[in-house]
Design a protein around this ligand. Sequence first.
Ligand SMILES: Cc1cc2nc3c(=O)[nH]c(=O)nc-3n(C[C@H](O)[C@H](O)[C@H](O)COP(=O)(O)OP(=O)(O)OC[C@H]3O[C@@H](n4cnc5c(N)ncnc54)[C@H](O)[C@@H]3O)c2cc1C
Length: 92
Amino acid sequence: MMSGSQLGAYCLSEPQAGSDVAAIRTKATATEDGYALTGNKAWISHAGHADFYTTFARTSDDKGKGLSCFLVPSDADGLTFAEPEKKMGLHC
Ligand SMILES: Cc1cc2nc3c(=O)[nH]c(=O)nc-3n(C[C@H](O)[C@H](O)[C@H](O)COP(=O)(O)OP(=O)(O)OC[C@H]3O[C@@H](n4cnc5c(N)ncnc54)[C@H](O)[C@@H]3O)c2cc1C
């Protein structure tokens, strides 16, 4: 990433969780070979273009803890992208 050969994206926000990070609902469930993530992110810069997605997800339903960060490769099974949001002034 530092050499510029890889593009990353930071996936914190969700439709119901902006400033209120504790409201994140994306869930991470342990599997035999890692974790399975289920949920929706919103407003993610580089979405659909990044090589990997640093993604915040819950490993516990306790709002005060259990928020973890996962590195999700762009070719992960089930990863899909919606249409980009139309913004008023930011077009880069
Ligand atoms: C162009 C763009 C690119 C973005 N890219 C990314 C990205 O790459 N990755 C990502 O994860 N997110 C991204 N975001 C999302 C961004 O980080 C969120 O918009 C931000 O966290 C604010 O959340 P919100 O929009 O839900 O606003 P809200 O949290 O609903 O806040 C609305 C207003 O209320 C104020 N407010 C909220 N809580 C309080 C409080 N407790 N006390 C006083 N005032 C409060 C806020 O300051 C704000 O003015 C992007 C957003 C935009 C617009």
